[in-house]
Design a binder for this molecule. Structure first.
Ligand code: SAM
Length: 199
């Protein structure tokens, strides 16, 4: 019987739009560290469509079993085996390469973990590293849509530490870690793709 792989419909929907932006952002990059890779749909799709990149998927150790099966089926040679990474742990188990990507993770992890993520990048990321983060954000303390307001209510019911983050708070952490905002791309379904570069 064929194995059923863990699947996210959201990933399926957003991956072509994210790919379009990443092709531009990562055109001169060599290697990407993905934080919170989930089911691996993004990792496999982006590695297959940007063959010049080496892609390193990671997840919390407890969620690696969701990520490993799809990555194990990947047929190219530019996707590394998934590694356990909790952004709160120091040191990180893999070096920070010249690019990082994470989707729909900052509103799931507690804000203290978002702080840890940027603190680690402040220490570990070298000059000229590009960081691309996809997901919903609030601006000026306001939701960008009714659907994001409903989503935030739903998140709070799932876990009290989960919440849509304020762009300004995250950008402040990025700035403290030495990253300057390069571009804020509006994405479908009231999401954003934020791109920073370490100066
Ligand atoms: C909504 S899922 C997103 C998964 C995938 N990136 C996607 O777009 O479908 C959020 C992910 O964040 C991960 N996560 C939560 N806390 C984390 C932490 N402290 N460090 C690393 N990953 C974390 C969870 O394990 C989960 O897979």
């Amino acid at each position: 019987m064929p194995e059923t792989l863990p699947f996210s419909q959201a990933c399926e929907n957003n991956k072509p739009f994210i790919l379009e932006v990443l092709r531009e952002l990562f055109v001169d990059r060599r290697s990407v560290l993905e934080i919170a890779s989930g089911t691996g749909q993004h990792a496999c799709h982006f590695a297959a469509n940007m063959p010049w990149l080496q892609w390193q998927p990671t997840e919390l150790a407890a969620n690696l079993p969701l990520l490993q099966p799809r990555c194990a089926r990947y047929e190219g040679d530019n996707l590394a085996a998934p590694v356990a990474l909790d952004v709160r742990d120091r040191p990180w188990p893999v070096p920070v390469p010249d690019a990082l990507f994470s989707a729909n993770s900052l509103h799931i992890m507690p804000f203290s973990a978002v702080r840890s993520l940027f603190a680690a990048l402040g220490e570990d990321a070298g000059h000229d590293v590009v960081l691309a983060v996809y997901g919903p954000f609030n601006y000026g303390g306001r939701y960008t849509s009714e659907s994001n307001a409903r989503f935030d209510q739903w998140l709070a019911q799932q876990h009290p530490d989960s919440a849509i983050r304020d762009f300004e708070a995250v950008d402040g952490l990025a700035a403290a870690a030495g990253f300057a905002l390069q571009r804020d791309y509006p994405m479908p379904a009231n999401n954003r793709l934020l791109a920073w570069r370490k100066n």
